[in-house]
Design a protein around this ligand. Structure first.
Ligand SMILES: [Zn+2]
Ligand SMILES: [Zn+2]
Length: 519
């Protein structure tokens, strides 16, 4: 018996020694004395995409800021889940770390992170391209979140939408495609060498980097590395109600960071420093470093030469330059980088003469015959039992006043409905619309015989506007990939307010007039 115990202990000891001998390497230290002090004073290091107890994170903002300070960071961009209606906290310094508030919004096409946006007058959600449009209207900068996330609900999927930024790497998505044995090994390593263990499951996100490079042919998109940190034990995991245990904030912050090159050194005035930082991020004056490989990389940035290496290159590391026309970006690859294929150690943004802002797309000219939409009935109301609505119609003007039932979410909706006798050949629906305040109203077609609905949300504001809804741009109101039924079976048109872009208890009104169809 004693012999067996001894043998077991010996095997365990051998395994333990083997595991310790094969830990991921410590971050390499590279001397930075030769780096221009002005450049160093204008290069600020921080974490982007951080959750707190305000959504599904484990720590308060103050606790997270303290962890960021321990990891040597200067700023942290908080991105708790939300619908964009709440006022962000003003920028503050906590533990010497500049704390900025953003929001992570759930759309039908994945998560979208916004920074620097004014609070929205209505909840943001629904079609991803419309959320991108709303964030732009609110003055915000929007980032397509974790395109590589294997959770298809969460990963950004709309590559045609004019988003401003992209997460080229997301630490919370990277481990999910690894084999269980690899994750188990990383778990052991985590207790000995936390940040290198987290980075040990990173790979080169091939598809996302290729998408980013392809977008660069048409327009500039800023790439950031996301820690997507939730910290320690937390009540639920993003997208599920399950309890989760994640890496500590500090370990996440030591695994990767973004380096922003600001115009002048930060002064300690939170509002002014936040402005400097956000302006630099928007301009793409930012690069990411996998600090777990080595935090000691510094890039310089000039108009003429773009990003350049300004620190020493460790043995075996290589510099790669990618070019698109006269724009360039850099990658530094380290000899001992984890992953298959290996994750780049440093990724710069694209630099050089910026693309001219693509001209605002003029609405496609209306060709074809414009006729009144052949509605077969007067306006009426449809709604859930406890919400209320009142309709008044005069001539071709229909006005709806609504109040969605307050308290819990229970598919509240109020709609103004008119019957159709089919609209064969109609390519576009035109109308004049205004809301009592900024709001989104869904224009829907309902088809017989099964009542399937196709929808497109439009933005209304107090000033009346001409609105065009291309029938081809409408999407199914219920999830699922289907083709639109024959337009000759279109049975009703609905103008509907529901919980996609309104909250329980919301009230207001909108007016629709001059309904026309383009054939
Ligand atoms: Zn997310
Ligand atoms: Zn997140």
């Amino acid at each position: 018996m004693k012999k067996v115990a001894l043998a077991t202990a010996a095997v365990l000891a051998a395994v333990f020694v083997f595991l310790l001998a094969t830990l991921p390497p410590r971050p390499a230290a590279i001397p930075l004395d030769s780096v221009d002090p002005d450049l160093r004073s204008r290069t600020v290091r921080g974490a982007y995409h951080v959750h707190t107890v305000r959504s599904d994170g484990a720590g308060s903002k103050a606790e997270v800021a303290a962890a960021a300070a321990r990891a040597g960071l200067t700023f942290a961009i908080f991105t708790d889940h939300g619908d964009g209606t709440q006022s962000p906290d003003p920028p503050t310094y906590s533990s010497g770390v500049l704390c900025l508030d953003g929001v992570e919004i759930s759309t039908n096409g994945g998560h979208y992170v916004t920074i620097d946006a004014s609070p929205s007058p209505y909840p943001l959600g629904g079609e991803p391209s419309l959320v991108v449009e709303d964030v732009r209207r609110l003055g915000g900068f929007g980032i397509a979140a974790h395109p590589d996330h294997p959770g298809s609900e969460l990963a950004w999927r709309d590559w045609d939408a004019p988003f401003d930024g992209i997460e080229w790497l997301n630490a919370d998505a990277e481990w999910r495609d690894e084999r269980p044995a690899r994750v188990a090994r990383a778990l052991f390593d985590y207790f000995v060498r936390p940040a290198p263990a987290l980075a040990s499951v990173f790979d080169r996100p091939i598809a996302t980097l290729e998408r980013w490079d392809t977008l660069e042919k048409r327009r500039s998109v800023v790439a950031l590395a996301a820690v997507d940190a939730h910290g320690g034990a937390r009540a639920r995991i993003e997208g599920t109600p399950a309890f989760g245990i994640g890496p500590s904030y500090e370990a996440s912050f030591r695994s990767l960071s973004n380096r922003v090159i600001v115009e002048r050194p930060l002064t300690g005035n939170a509002a002014q420093d936040a402005r400097l930082l956000i302006d630099a991020v928007k301009a793409g004056r930012v690069y990411s470093v996998v600090d777990a490989i080595s935090p000691d990389a510094v890039l310089a940035l000039s108009d003429e030469r773009g990003f350049e290496l300004a620190s020493a290159l460790p043995g075996g590391a290589q510099v790669f330059t990618f070019t698109r026309g006269n724009r360039r970006r850099l990658e530094l690859h380290a000899a001992a980088a984890p992953g298959a294929p290996p994750v780049p150690w440093v990724v710069s943004n694209w630099a050089g003469p910026r693309h001219a802002e693509p001209p605002a797309e003029p609405p496609a000219p209306v060709t074809g015959e414009v006729v009144p939409l052949p509605v077969g009935s007067a306006w009426r109301i449809e709604k859930d039992p406890l919400s209320s609505g009142r309709i008044s119609a005069a001539g071709d003007v229909g006005a709806l006043e609504f109040k969605l039932r307050a308290d819990a979410r229970a598919s509240q909706f109020v709609a103004a409905v008119s019957d159709l006798k089919g609209i064969p050949g109609v390519r576009r629906i035109l109308f004049r619309g205004r809301g009592t305040r900024p709001m989104r109203v869904s224009v829907q077609l309902r088809f017989s015989p099964d009542g399937a609905r196709w929808t497109k949300a439009v933005y209304l504001e107090p000033a009346e506007q001409e609105i065009a809804v291309d029938v081809a741009s409408m999407v199914p109101a219920e999830s699922g990939n289907r083709t639109m039924p024959d337009l000759s079976t279109a049975q009703s048109i609905l103008f509907i307010v529901d919980l996609v872009n309104a909250r329980p208890g919301d009230s207001g009104g909108f007016t629709v007039s001059a309904l026309r169809a383009v054939r």
